[in-house]
Design a binder for this molecule. Structure first.
Ligand code: ZN
Ligand code: ZN
Ligand code: FE
Length: 759
């Protein structure tokens, strides 16, 4: 038997996650002595005892850490110089040391708290803010670091004696739970009418009654407000749509549990796991019957989430499922303040379920598909942010400013990349202000001083303006990264790929290296540089920006270009408008955007001519598709050694089908099959030219599940290794991560040390 002293360094997310009480339990179990202390990188532990026991403890720690902890590494040094500890102590950490540590995202209510919530003998019975070391608000209540109660919006609620004693008892599951509270000392709910005048009674019971009566209730949650209503009454949902000016975009629902979700949707085991995870994202699930609940979602999917706060559980005790849509007016940021809510939601909500704990940071619900058991994000936000994404080889100090419409930023510290929550469309002033202040908040929380700034090469993106101004002010080098290269690098870094790859990058629009609008691209390259190997035949977009909503414009332009001007019916006025623009050539930019091709084809097929939200044409085209293996004709031409998909034969064939009255679902499938076959063909040619066999798929178009699966399958059959996103979004939210990868891993800042421009 050897008695030794072990000096242990734990790196990772171990603070504010119940690590020390967990360790205390283990140490007691193995009858060891010593101490633990938080450090800038995680925790430092010293243990004395039998070596075999110390090793068992470490194995258990690694194999089965506390739910929220992320242990990156454990380093142990043994020595036989023992110090003769007789107890196990938790040493005070230095405040500065704690500044450098990670912060947990908000965590859905845990099993234990849920049990107590409905246990009539428990002192927190039906208390709407119950939480513990393993669950509750984190990111959204933190004002400053270190993560202590005084630095959160719980600061205004001094603990009562009972809570205090739990907080200080290491064997208690609320040991050091900063938001610990109860109905004696903690926040409380109140229910009001639309003017904010209190309505007396049990707020939860009143809210349930109001919802049952068909009213719309604004509910204050973790990272913002939701609008809640019945989901089973089309009239109520239509009223909500009218008031919110959201005519067609799908609403998510919150279901009591997985079994309830199964009444609406097909839920696989992997989807059930995601639904039920402590991160509680909205999972996009296939409806049982694709045409069901058209008032909730006009396509075959329905966004479903489970309750994640005690308030949600109390509401859903009496209701099976609710519409739960984030409370914002079209493009404005999510509402998060009581007074602001009453003001801006006054015309939308009939009643308000409010509480008196401030939301410090806005954070929308995360939204994802489950693909291959993994998250496939549309929006990576609550429950994930601000958990870092590891980027091996990164050195830190880079601020990546992202794109514009689905703005996020990323900021790095060593190998950790902190990607922000979904911020929104920067063209809105309030969103822009929130973006700028969140960059400062992140830099402060994680103690990062940017030494390099990266942004999109689009000169007019507001994120580019921000980057340029900041770089000028702080005399920092700035790197402009082409949009689709950033998408490609994002997917490569997401999958930790090194070396050159092929990237199929399809989206609506992005600023090309030649100053034109790109979006249907085949690139090759790595983090150092890229080449544009393939694209689509350019399309004319009559009316410029208008085409994203008026899909008929692109549709008619495609007909013109394909020599089928009158093949498909459009109104005389629409024709005149497009004819005039094409003739004069004014406000008629060229684009290779795949999203625009989808728009035009959706209009020609009669699926959608006027879109009420971005990408609607593509969403509905995908939703329309039925089983069909046909492929339309197409041509691949070569232009300066670059492969170009000429879509004119495809459009001509579609026109014929439309004239013959072919089923829309077959045409929709055949169109996407054509894109797949064309993509595989171009990849084969690029492989022949370059020898590259790895393909990454990125860009907003790959939110299309039909294309994603079909292209992956067919490329794999042809011997390619295919990678899609799993840690960051495939849409423009992922751009900041790709910019980060290029700045951190590319050669731009290593070679000369000055500030080259990658454009
Ligand atoms: Zn809990
Ligand atoms: Zn209390
Ligand atoms: Fe994009």
């Amino acid at each position: 038997m050897s008695f030794l002293r072990a000096d242990i360094q734990v790196r990772g997310i171990v603070q504010g996650v119940g690590f020390r009480p967990f360790l205390h339990k283990l140490v007691t179990h193995y009858a060891l002595c010593g101490w633990v202390r938080n450090t800038s990188e995680g925790a430092q532990i010293e243990l004395e005892g039998e070596k075999a026991l110390i090793e068992s403890l470490l194995r258990e720690l690694m194999d089965n850490p506390p739910k929220l902890a992320v242990i990156d590494s454990v380093e142990v040094t043994y020595s036989d110089e023992r110090k003769g500890y007789s107890t196990f102590e938790i040493l005070k950490s230095h405040t500065m040391a704690e500044r450098n540590t990670l912060i947990s995202p908000d965590v859905g209510i845990c099993e234990d708290c849920r049990r107590e919530l409905f246990d009539i003998t428990n002192r927190r019975y039906r208390y709407p803010f119950i939480n513990c070391t393993n669950c509750g608000p984190r990111f959204t209540i933190i004002r400053d670091v270190p993560y202590d109660r005084c630095n959160t919006s719980m600061a205004s609620f001094p603990m009562c004696g009972d809570c205090e004693s739990e907080y200080h008892t290491i064997s208690d599951r609320r040991y050091h739970a900063q938001p610990d509270c109860c109905n004696v000392c903690g926040p409380s709910l109140h229910f009001t009418d639309e003017q904010g005048s209190p309505i007396f009674g049990d707020p939860i019971a009143l809210a349930i009654q109001s919802i049952k009566n068909g009213e719309i209730v604004a509910v204050k949650g973790l990272g913002g407000f939701h609008l809640a209503s019945r989901c089973d009454d089309p009239a109520v949902v239509v009223r909500l749509r009218k008031r919110k000016h959201r005519d067609e975009k799908p609403f998510a629902i919150m279901c009591r549990d997985v079994d309830t979700a199964r009444k609406y949707c097909v839920v696989s085991d992997q989807e059930a796991l995601q639904l039920d995870s402590f991160r509680r994202p909205i999972v996009l699930l296939k409806k049982r019957d694709s045409g069901a609940f058209p008032w909730l979602s006009e396509n075959g999917y329905l966004g479903v989430m489970l309750p994640y706060t005690p308030i949600h559980y109390l509401l859903l005790e009496k209701l099976d499922a609710l519409v739960m849509t984030s409370a914002n007016l079209s493009d404005l940021p999510i509402v998060f303040d009581n007074q602001e809510a009453l003001k801006s939601l006054g015309g939308i909500a009939d009643k308000f379920l409010l509480h008196n704990r401030d939301i410090v940071t806005r954070c929308d619900d995360s939204l994802l598909w489950v693909v291959g058991g993994h998250e496939y994000f549309v929006r990576r936000s609550r429950g994930y942010v601000p958990f870092p994404i590891t980027m091996p080889g990164a050195r830190g100090g880079v601020l990546a400013c992202g794109a514009e419409q689905k703005a996020t930023f990323s900021i790095s510290k060593g190998e950790y990349v902190f990607q922000s929550q979904h911020i929104g469309d920067l063209k809105n002033l309030e969103v822009y202000d929130n973006y700028a202040s969140q960059i400062d908040h992140f830099a402060h929380m994680f103690d990062i001083k940017p030494r390099v700034i990266v942004c999109d090469s689009h000169p007019d993106y507001l994120s580019t303006t921000y980057a340029q101004e900041r770089a000028d002010k702080e005399h920092l080098p700035i790197l402009h990264v082409q949009h689709h290269w950033a998408h490609m690098a994002s997917c490569m870094a997401d999958n930790r790929l090194e070396g050159e790859c092929i990237g199929i990058v399809w989206d609506g629009t992005g600023y090309g290296s030649d100053g034109t609008v790109w979006g249907g691209e085949f690139l090759t390259g790595d983090y150092d540089s890229f080449e544009r190997r393939g694209t689509l035949r350019g399309m004319k977009l009559p009316g410029g920006d208008k085409v994203t909503h008026e899909l008929w414009r692109t549709g008619i332009a495609l007909l013109h270009e394909s020599g089928r001007k009158d093949a498909v019916e459009f109104s005389a006025e629409q024709r005149r408008t497009v004819d005039t623009i094409l003739e004069l050539g004014l406000n008629c930019p060229m684009s290779t955007g795949m999203g625009r091709l989808f728009d035009g084809v959706a209009a020609i097929m009669g699926i959608k001519c006027e879109a009420s939200y971005e990408g609607q044409g593509a969403v509905l085209l995908e939703a329309a598709a039925i089983s069909c293996e046909d492929v339309y004709p197409y041509i691949i031409t070569t232009d300066n050694g670059r492969y170009v998909y000429d879509w004119r034969p495809t459009v001509q064939a579609i026109c014929e089908d439309v004239q013959n009255g072919r089923a829309t679902g077959e045409m929709a499938a055949a169109f996407m099959n054509t894109l797949t076959t064309m993509a595989v063909e171009i990849c084969k040619r690029i492989r022949r030219d370059t020898g590259l066999t790895r393909v990454v798929l990125s860009g907003g178009t790959f939110q299309n599940q039909y294309l994603l699966h079909r292209i992956t399958e067919q490329l794999t059959q042809k011997g390619f290794s295919v990678y899609h996103h799993q840690r960051v979004s495939t849409n423009d939210e992922g751009i900041s991560f790709g910019q980060m990868a290029i700045a951190e891993k590319g050669a731009h800042f290593h070679v000369s040390g000055n500030s080259p421009d990658a454009d």
